[in-house]
Design a protein around this ligand. Structure first.
Ligand code: CO
Length: 169
């Protein structure tokens, strides 16, 4: 396994629409392992493959108190409600923003064994799923801010933050 450098905006790979995974083989398993290791090393709670320079539709999420998730070709099939959240991105270091995310989402995709799965999520897991699925469509949370006034500078993160702090994804 390996920690891989995270691509930083405005790297063009972050603006690409990532390709669907056709076959879940060992190269995809290695990619998922590298993504999980890179996410933890960066103290993030989510990561999408384009963030390590691979334009494939693969995401990983590790929201506190929830099981670690790896999803291949994820798609949002249902969104409900709206809530205002604090959000950061490992590819946009040093900033946090406030934006609207769904209260709950239903996502379908494949797990790391290629098996079809469906996840119903609320709160931070729903937020993480929306954020990472945005990444594989070339969208950054910056695009979803009502105004640049909703963006603020923050100190670089060196240790785990309180539970209620905005997370980097
Ligand atoms: Co991000």
């Amino acid at each position: 396994m390996a920690v891989v450098p995270i691509r930083i905006a405005p790297d063009p790979v972050l603006r690409q629409r990532s390709k669907r995974v056709r076959i879940v083989d060992t190269s995809i398993h290695t990619l998922i392992k590298d993504m999980i290791e890179t996410m933890h090393d960066a103290l993030g709670v989510g990561l999408a493959a384009p963030q390590i320079g691979i334009p494939l539709r693969v995401i990983v999420i590790a929201v506190p108190e929830e099981e670690e998730i790896a999803l291949i070709n994820p798609e949002i099939v249902r969104r409900r409600g709206e809530r205002r959240v604090d959000e950061g991105c490992l590819s946009v270091p040093g900033y946090m923003g406030q934006l609207e995310r769904s209260e709950s989402v239903t996502v379908k995709g494949r797990d790391r064994n290629g098996k079809e799965i469906r996840i119903k999520a609320v709160e931070m897991l729903a937020q993480a799923l929306e954020h990472e699925i945005d990444h594989i469509n070339g969208v950054l949370y910056l695009d979803r801010l009502d105004s640049m006034d909703d963006l603020r500078k923050v100190e670089p993160k060196e240790t785990e933050e309180p539970e209620d702090a905005g997370k980097e994804l």
